[in-house]
Design a protein around this ligand. Structure first.
Ligand SMILES: [Zn+2]
Length: 321
């Protein structure tokens, strides 16, 4: 079951009904929205040999579900920074000339192609422009701009968006989580099913949400020591720090939105903190903090020493507040 995203599903179903599917797709949107699930669903409908597609019963459906369908290939992340190496793309270029093993279609997936470099994209361009009639390419990425305009002009780009909190709640409880736990996940990640599941499944993610809340609380109470403690507890890995910055920045955004509209919907993980922050912070202060977050983010991307980047952020926030 793929929740929400009606326009995207209608576009895809419309193509399948008319038997006129494009040969390249880009599903884009932030992590956790179900881009890969959507790709799998689309492939299942294309490859299924049953009547009510996808039937879930036929050989194709079962092979796809088990991740062993011979006509579905996920490009390996062999390149730098999680990209795809030239060798991998070349090898796929050679592979796509041989017809499908099972059905009428063959799929090549480039998932999370946010760091796919221009060279490998250019190598793939010819195949994307004029693929054999049985070949389909699916790309997934956070933003459409990660692909070169030349590649993008040959494929259909579809935005995958969060679902409503109600749909998300349903998706989570269907997996057997207790309603209270689901509500906590929703409060932090709203209509992003994947990120809500991450929250429910991973202690570490719940920890980062907790640290974000204590950082916000420290700013409200002007407690620099507590703020530094929260930042230090993030450890030395980049990923948790990135998530912390994203969540922290969303709460700043929420505080600003609440200043102008007390009923504004929050996108961050700490609605209560955002409400208190909106009373405490001037617009200029919030803007300064937002810029400090941007700076910290850029420093992490450039692999600058993480504790240094975070303590600079703490200092800017204290000065601004
Ligand atoms: Zn089937």
């Amino acid at each position: 079951m793929f929740y929400g995203n009606k326009p995207v599903l209608e576009t895809l179903h419309g193509m399948l009904r008319q038997d006129r599917a494009a040969h390249g797709f880009l599903f884009y949107g932030e992590a956790g929205l179900g881009k890969k699930t959507l790709a799998k669903q689309f492939m299942a409908e294309m490859l299924c040999t049953g009547t009510d597609k996808p039937c879930g019963q036929c050989k194709s459906c079962r092979m796809l579900a088990d991740g062993v369908h011979p006509d579905v290939r996920y490009a390996e992340h062999t390149g730098k920074r999680g990209g795809f190496s030239v060798e991998t793309v070349r090898e796929i270029g050679m592979d796509l000339v041989s017809p499908p093993n099972e059905g009428k279609a063959k799929f090549y997936l480039f998932c999370d192609c946010d760091n796919m470099d221009a060279r490998s994209q250019n190598l793939l361009l010819k195949a994307v422009e004029e693929p054999p009639e049985y070949v389909y390419f699916i790309f997934t990425a956070a933003a459409p701009t990660v692909l070169l305009p030349t590649v993008r002009s040959r494929i259909i780009s579809l935005a995958v968006t969060p679902v409503t909190e109600q749909q998300c709640f349903q998706a989570l409880t269907e997996r057997g989580y207790a309603p209270e736990a689901c509500q906590e996940a929703l409060d932090a990640f709203h209509g992003n099913i994947g990120q809500c599941l991450n929250f429910l499944e991973k202690e570490e993610i719940r920890g980062i949400v907790g640290l974000t809340k204590s950082a916000i609380n420290s700013i409200i109470n002007r407690n620099e020591y507590a703020l530094l403690q929260a930042a230090a507890s993030l450890g030395k890995e980049r990923e948790p720090a990135m998530l912390f910055l994203t969540l922290f920045d969303r709460t700043l955004r929420d505080a600003m939105a609440l200043k102008y509209d007390a009923g504004a919907a929050c996108i961050g993980c700490d609605a209560a903190g955002a409400a208190r922050l909106s009373e405490r912070l001037s617009t200029a202060a919030a803007q300064t903090m937002h810029l400090a977050v941007d700076k910290a983010y850029a420093a992490l991307e450039a692999n600058v020493n993480l504790p240094l980047a975070l303590s600079a952020l703490c200092a800017s926030c204290m000065d601004a507040g």
